[in-house]
Design a protein around this ligand. Structure first.
Ligand code: GLU
Length: 489
């Protein structure tokens, strides 16, 4: 915590996304680090929607950001502010820059400026009296450009990278601040709006992606011209795919929506994203949001790119799925089971033993230790809802012949028929079936249990047959074993 003139500074950070696309995982990392840093110091975290690009900004993208943050439990103290609703504020500062001679109206088209590179530094409009230019503005729109001073050293301390220096001659000349559509309609551009808002919103720390390092000297020049204080800067390392290139669609899912649809839990995603460029310097990997707030430290953020490893994300997700109380897991699994057509949306209205909450809970409890994603639950438990389809070969264990398998399945059927509905539970089933295996002098229990399990599930791998039998119940289990016998004859 820093002190200014003996007065304790209130830490204020912001997340300032442009709503021009789906809520990307890299943006989530920026939001999270700003949030953690502010909360750690009892500061405030502000959400600001940078929608100055009117063509590319879309309300549905803003909605995706706001809802994504809510889902992740990254809550802001203020906002969302929208830049498009703050045009009067920007106009005031633009006029100040124009009147002080730090900016000028330029009437060249963008295309013309691109062709005539020299104009970036030596534009004739720079020398004309502002009154004349304002008159022209009544008929024609202009760009307001900043008069970049020549050969000026601009330096700032980046909290992650140390001192960074630029010479103003490398900034590409007189850069654009805003579009002036008419004498009283100014539409600000990114580098300008960000400086005004960070000042107006009392932002003390700017934490953002390293792709913004090259914008920082321009923003500092604007601050200096308007005599505004400079916030502290921290630029986060790039997020890279496993092939070390910048993370993109090519590497798979990149937006929060997609991760939600695949079936990741918000707490797993948060824990995983926290490690994209940061680590606590210990072996501890599992962090709740509260623990992250306590432990997070900008000094422990690395400079080099952070590798996005989806297997690690799956590991976190499996961990958090295992920790979920069964009722919570069931609640979260239901939309996925509906999606996969295994249950109806009126599932709970149906009643009966083979439908309903308790039945579902038993199924999920059985598989819970193995789930990695909510979205894969359907395919793992579908045999509880649908008659499995499989090839007869699946029923054979090791060197068994089809006739051995038939005998084995008949023995199982016999055991199943001995147990009443009321006693049809794991313990009784295990005892009775293992006795059956002994009777057949089977040293290898697999000769009895594999064909039975395969007949019940149609799967190469699943939990053991006793648990499955209990959940399916006597009638359904017997039906499946009979169907398997028929398949072989
Ligand atoms: N709107 C900018 C972006 O989406 C934010 C830049 C900043 O944080 O200053 O990248």
């Amino acid at each position: 915590m820093s002190f200014f003139g003996g007065k304790k500074e209130k830490i204020r950070t912001r997340f300032a996304p442009s709503p021009t696309g789906p809520f990307h995982i890299g943006s989530v990392r920026t939001a999270l680090f700003n949030f953690l840093f502010a909360k750690k110091f009892n500061g405030e975290f502000i959400l600001r929607i940078e929608d100055t690009d009117l063509e590319r900004s879309k309300p549905e993208y803003e909605k995706g950001i706001v809802e994504g943050l809510k889902w992740l439990d990254i809550n802001c103290n203020e906002g969302p502010y929208r830049q498009s609703e703050r045009l009067d504020i920007y106009a005031k500062y633009l006029k100040e820059l124009l009147n002080n001679g730090d900016a000028f109206y330029c009437f060249h088209s963008k295309e013309f400026l691109e062709k005539e590179a020299e104009l970036a530094h030596h534009c004739e409009f720079k020398k004309l009296p502002i009154e004349d230019l304002e008159k022209r503005l009544e008929k024609e729109s202009a760009i307001i450009r900043f008069k970049t001073p020549p050969d000026l050293e601009i330096a700032f301390i980046d909290l992650i990278r140390g001192e960074i220096r630029f010479n103003s001659d490398t900034l590409g000349g007189d850069f654009s601040l805003a579009k002036a559509e008419s004498p009283d309609k100014f539409l600000p551009l990114y580098n300008f709006a960000v400086v005004i808002d960070d000042f107006e919103m009392n932002i003390t720390y700017v934490i953002r992606g390293e792709d913004h390092i090259s914008n920082t000297p321009k923003q500092i020049l604007i601050q200096q011209a308007l005599k505004l204080p400079m916030p502290k800067y921290a630029h986060l390392p790039l997020i890279l795919g496993p092939d070390k290139s910048k993370l993109s669609k090519r590497h798979g899912a990149v937006s929060v929506d997609e991760y939600c649809e695949i079936g990741y839990l918000p707490q797993a995603l948060i824990n995983f994203i926290a490690f994209l460029g940061w680590n606590p310097g210990t072996d501890k990997e599992i962090f709740s949001l509260e623990e992250l707030i306590r432990e997070f430290d900008l000094n422990k953020v690395q400079k080099s790119g952070a590798i996005f490893n989806v297997e690690k994300l799956d590991w976190f997700n499996g961990y958090y799925l295992k920790q979920l109380p069964l009722d919570e897991l069931t609640k979260r699994a239901i939309p996925f089971l509906i999606r996969d057509g295994l249950i109806d949306s009126d599932f709970f209205a149906q009643g009966g033993p083979a439908s309903g909450w308790e039945y579902l809970k038993k199924i999920l409890k059985l598989e819970q230790p193995r789930f990695k994603k909510l979205g894969e639950i359907g395919e793992r438990v579908s045999y509880f809802f649908k008659i499995p389809k499989y090839e007869p070969e699946l029923l054979t264990w090791r060197d068994m012949l089809f006739k051995d398998v038939v005998a084995s399945l008949n023995a199982s059927l016999n055991a199943i028929s001995q147990i009443s509905d009321a006693d049809f539970n794991q313990k009784n089933l295990e005892r009775t079936l293992l006795k059956e295996a002994e009777k057949a002098k089977n040293k290898d229990k697999g000769r009895l249990l594999w064909p039975l399990r395969a007949a019940l599930t149609g799967l190469q791998a699943s939990p053991g047959p006793f648990e499955i039998l209990e959940i399916l119940g006597k009638k359904e289990s017997a039906k499946r074993v009979e169907a398997a016998i028929k398949k072989l004859s």
